[in-house]
Design a protein around this ligand. Structure first.
Ligand SMILES: Cc1ncc(C[n+]2csc(CCOP(=O)(O)OP(=O)(O)O)c2C)c(N)n1
Ligand SMILES: [Mg+2]
Length: 280
């Protein structure tokens, strides 16, 4: 974990704070990909406060684990985690999506410390992760490369080409995290292009696969630990089943939550909903 992390704060509390940061950014713009951030907050809390090695005051530290966000529209989720990790200052939340801000609505590597790649064109993240993983191995680095990808990105052929390459190159330093929220811009991911049986597919491509309930923090901790410590040349994937809008019932219930607009009064209701009964 990052050196700046305070160890007396639980992972559940970290996840709650990540959700709050994301909601506040959504409120600043009145809209955004907020449901995704609420959905992956637990995965990000375990990643940034249990698994990843990084230095909050030196985000480009050569020995860091790389966290690649291929889904540029999830940037709000990563900003929230980077703020919680102390890599970005909390005050910058107020600039989210504004001209000149370091927090644009789609993730841009050259704008934001801690953002390793620019997202936007889906299906490229795992390809870049393979190249980075290979490069780091050849340099003798012990760093891991993580790639957070979405179930929508499984529709992209390049994702599967990269998966084959990772197994071919025996990238045991590569950990893919798939956010299976079963949603995408055009409807339910499983209805747009069926992807099951997902673990068996990754295994058939030569990966060590684990399917994890994406809001179960102890299960996520165990899965990350196994992925990191496994004695096998296979690349690893954690397939995380999540709920879009998790923690805010009226957002969880929205049928189309890929991009949300809520009116001004609803943001505070959302924050209240998040706080209610969820204090760890
Ligand atoms: C190559 C490519 N095709 C299409 C798009 C347009 N697009 C942006 S987000 C998105 C949905 C992708 O699915 P997912 O990330 O699972 O959506 P979510 O879970 O965020 O609703 C699409 C098709 C894109 N960004 N890149
Ligand atoms: Mg999705």
């Amino acid at each position: 974990m990052g050196e700046g992390a305070l160890s007396n704060i639980s992972l559940a509390e970290r996840a709650l704070r990540i959700r709050r940061h994301a909601l506040r950014m959504g409120e600043v713009q009145g809209q955004g990909y907020v449901g995704q951030a609420l959905g992956v907050a637990d995965v990000l809390a375990v990643a940034y406060f249990h698994a990843l090695h990084y230095k909050a005051d030196d985000p480009a530290w050569e020995g860091r684990d790389r966290f690649l966000l291929s889904i540029g529209h999830y940037a709000i989720a990563l900003y929230a985690a980077l703020i919680e990790a102390g890599i970005l200052p909390e005050e910058e939340i107020e600039t989210y999506g504004a001209d000149g801000s370091r927090l644009p609505m789609s993730g841009m590597a050259s704008y934001t410390p801690g953002m390793e790649i620019s997202g936007g064109s889906l299906g490229q993240g795992l390809c870049i992760a393979v190249g980075m993983g290979l490069g780091l191995k050849r340099k003798g680095s012990g760093a891991f490369v993580y790639n957070l990808l979405s179930d929508g990105e499984l529709n992209e052929g390049a994702t599967w080409e990269a998966a084959m390459s990772a197994a071919h190159w025996r990238l045991d330093n590569l950990i893919a995290l798939v956010d299976v929220n079963n949603q995408q811009a055009d409807g339910a991911s499983s209805a747009v292009l069926g992807f099951e049986p997902l673990a068996a597919r990754w295994e058939a491509f030569g990966w060590h696969a684990q399917r994890v309930p994406g809001h179960d923090i102890p299960a996520l901790v165990a899965a990350f630990d196994q992925a990191r410590s496994l004695q096998s040349p296979k690349p690893r994937v954690l397939i995380c089943d999540t709920v879009m809008g998790r923690g805010v019932p009226f957002l969880e219930a929205r049928e189309k939550a890929h991009f949300i607009r809520v009116d001004a009064a609803e943001w505070s209701l959302a924050l209240d909903a998040l706080g209610a009964g969820r204090t760890p």
